[in-house]
Design a protein around this ligand. Structure first.
Ligand code: APR
Length: 391
């Protein structure tokens, strides 16, 4: 097999890259290690920056998003048992939109399949060869056979645990990691999200987060210790704890319903500053992980892919290497900005183990600053909405 761009991973990064390249007339093959059903069933983030919405529309992937996406004009924050809110719209009317990542992935897969373009599921990549030559190759398994894909360029969009990053010789030395001493116990629920109870809550019991995936499906989280025995929690225990942490002195309560799925994620931040070697670039979670508080994971992947697609277009159609040479540098400005913001927000709403009353007061001050000062609101809104794209 031969193609111009070999793309590893059919997450949002790989699929969107394939779509943008297609629009520019560049061929690609997408290789995904897992099954189609597995990829579509994964529950992930669900809040899109305006730039992500605009990008999906620009490349013809926005039709269902325009019907089913739920725009937000406000952000709720709770601390010390009280509810606070701040507008989440800027002067140019940019805002956040709720639309599950699974839907973004489904829309991209549907389009690719409708166009009969190569997208192979159950095709795990095992190794890369000659990445630093002008004929790099991808070795993968498919239908019980070992196969090789020859490419002009390889895009490693294979997530944090993928294989691509290890082919960048200085990736480890140029990586930075922060692990938080707590995680998020997440539940997906079949219960109409109550618009009066949304956003983040800081409590001395730990943080809680309430978000919507649609008008009938909610996604809720509780901060827990990484060693917590989650199997011991009954559904009622989860709802009771959520009610306790989201209480704001009013009679509002969450609408309860069936818990469809439970999961746990340890919070961490990771950035690999070396995102390119020879004819290989990595994008999305393969290059960085953010704590989920800022809802930046998918949005950062879109930012990387926009730069990568344009860099590949210039390189493959004109032989122009300027942008591909600056790929890491350009992406990292946006990445570090979002990582910093996600970490600030994470630090402000979670209770660290053994946290003092002094530390808690510092958190209240940070939250107070974001909601009740003009300069703080500006910082909060512009950080949530995301930096403009450079390319
Ligand atoms: N061969 C083929 N595919 C692989 C391999 C491999 N060796 N290793 C991993 N993959 C696939 C995974 O199965 C997954 O489908 O790569 C894909 C990576 O997708 P994501 O993890 O979704 O990462 P990305 O596309 O960068 O999306 C950005 O935003 O909301 C956040 O973290 C969340 O997934 C999200 C991310």
């Amino acid at each position: 097999m031969r193609t111009q761009v070999g793309i590893i991973g059919a997450g949002p990064a790989g699929l969107l890259l394939a779509r943008i390249l297609q629009v520019h007339g560049i061929e690609s093959v997408v290789l995904e290690g897992r099954s189609r059903d597995h990829v579509l069933a994964r529950i992930r983030a669900g809040v899109l920056e305006q730039g992500t919405v605009d990008t999906l529309n620009e490349y013809g992937v926005g039709e269902r998003l325009m019907h089913e996406g739920i725009p937000h004009a406000e952000m709720q924050l709770r601390w010390a048992g009280r509810r606070h809110a701040l507008p989440l719209v800027d002067e140019t009317n940019r805002r956040m939109t709720t639309y599950g990542q699974a839907k973004v992935v489904q829309d991209l897969i549907d389009l690719r399949e409708a166009d009969h373009l190569p997208l192979l599921f159950d095709a795990p990549v095992e190794s890369l060869e000659d990445v630093n030559s002008d004929r790099p190759r991808i070795r993968f398994a498919h239908d019980g056979q070992q196969r090789t894909l020859e490419c002009d360029f390889i895009a490693g969009c294979d997530g944090f645990h993928g294989v691509s990053r290890q082919y960048i010789p200085d990736a480890e030395e140029k990586s930075a990691l922060r692990e938080y001493p707590y995680g998020w116990f997440g539940v997906l629920v079949e219960a109409a999200p109550n618009p009066e109870i949304r956003g983040f809550a800081h409590t001395t019991r730990g943080a809680a987060v309430c978000s919507a995936r649609s008008k009938t499906i909610g996604r809720l989280y509780l901060q827990v210790d990484p060693n917590e025995n989650l199997d011991a929690w009954s559904d009622d225990d989860i709802w009771n704890e959520l009610d306790l942490r989201m209480q704001d002195g009013s009679n509002n309560r969450l609408n309860r319903g069936r818990i469809l799925q439970r999961d746990f994620a340890r919070l961490r931040a990771f950035v690999c500053e070396s995102m390119r070697f020879g004819r290989l670039c990595i994008a999305g979670d393969a290059a960085h992980i953010v704590p989920p508080s800022g809802a930046k994971g998918l949005n950062l992947a879109v930012g990387d892919v926009r730069v990568l697609a344009e860099a590949l277009r210039r390189f493959l159609t004109k032989g122009d290497t300027d942008l591909i040479d600056r790929y890491s540098e350009i992406c990292l400005r946006r990445i570090w900005h979002s990582v910093h913001w996600s970490c600030l927000l994470t630090d402000a709403i979670h209770m660290a183990p053994g946290q003092s009353r002094f530390d808690t007061q510092m958190q209240y001050e940070a939250l107070q600053h974001w909601v009740y000062t003009e300069i703080g609101r500006k910082h909060f809104v512009s950080s949530m909405l995301g930096l403009p794209y450079e390319v």
